[in-house]
Design a protein around this ligand. Sequence first.
Ligand SMILES: O=C(O)c1ccccc1N[C@@H]1O[C@H](COP(=O)(O)O)[C@@H](O)[C@H]1O
Length: 193
Amino acid sequence: MTKLKVCGIATLDDAIELAKLNVHMLGFVTDPISPRYVKFDFLNFLKSLTLPLVSVNVFNIREAIRRTPSNFLIQVHRILNDDEMDIMTTYERKFIMYVPMSERYLPYLEKALNLTGMVLLDLERKSDKPDLNFASKVLKDHPEVGIGGGINLDNVREFLKLEPGWIDVSRGVEDFPGKKNLNKVRKLLEVIA
Ligand SMILES: O=C(O)c1ccccc1N[C@@H]1O[C@H](COP(=O)(O)O)[C@@H](O)[C@H]1O
């Protein structure tokens, strides 16, 4: 069954309340590029939560590896070059590797799948439309892969038809950047069930 990761969480209350729902993973963007940015120190307030927690990073990967609590997964939300990919293999950490949802990134997808069992197919740019045909092809061979990209209550069924390992949702369950709407999350969980 497809699991739900709610990402871009920026308040302790939201994290605690979402953890009480049947959400599978909670994501926190620890890169200042995001309007949902939280400082690494904020992650230390989440240690009482027992579900999988994810630190999402774009440009501060090394800092993230150094400052993210050891129980967190680290999401690398940027295309890495070969040297950076090699360096990733030297760390004893669980990574989620972001891969843009586009045919031209198939070679990178293979590299990411060799590095980690957790790959997230997501938009190359937040303004893009998801390439669900490409995502469908990937998921036929790699059903464990997660998918994101503007998922919300109106379009979630299109993504669920592909039977991804998980769906990754941030903007689609927000009142404003960083503030999650618990009722929208509850409704998403009802659709997934
Ligand atoms: O959410 C952000 O602000 C963000 C910033 C920088 C890198 C990644 C970010 N979010 C990731 O993108 C997916 C999908 O988000 P959305 O549902 O399309 O808004 C989200 O789950 C994060 O993993």
